[in-house]
Design a protein. Structure first.
Length: 129
């Protein structure tokens, strides 16, 4: 196994940033994460089922699905990390979830990195739900 992790980034419903990603890498990502998705509801019809990633034949590019989060996986002994962030920003998503679930998340006084803070807020929201 290699020591370096290849980081693949995207915003939900938008194209992946990395130009060196391939179909087999993203297929491994999709297959490895099918059982690791936390959904807020189970009331989803089959035609509403969202994909983790899809290839857009018209634009000839890979696009992220509607899920946000982070996942690590291995493909051919190389470690990859996929990060999908909300396209309207973390703050907007958090405020939207606060309204939906009638909760308030106060800003932490700790001086954490933005990504650590984001993960912290998501964990708190899931705990409330």
């Amino acid at each position: 196994m290699t020591d370096s992790v290849i980081h693949i980034m995207a915003k939900d419903c938008l194209q992946f940033d990395n130009s060196d990603i391939s179909a087999d890498i993203l297929q491994t990502f999709i297959e490895s994460q099918q059982n690791n998705i936390f959904k807020l509801t189970n009331n989803i019809r089959v035609d509403e089922e969202s994909k983790l990633a899809e290839y857009d034949y018209r634009h000839k590019k890979w696009f992220a699905g509607r899920f946000v989060g982070e996942a690590s996986f291995f493909h051919k002994k190389q470690e990859y990390k996929v990060t999908i962030k909300p396209r309207f920003g973390e703050r907007f998503l958090l405020r939207m979830l606060e309204e939906i679930y009638n909760i308030r998340i106060t800003k932490s006084e700790n001086s954490q990195k933005q990504t650590d803070e984001w993960n912290h807020y998501i964990k708190r929201i899931i705990a409330f739900i």
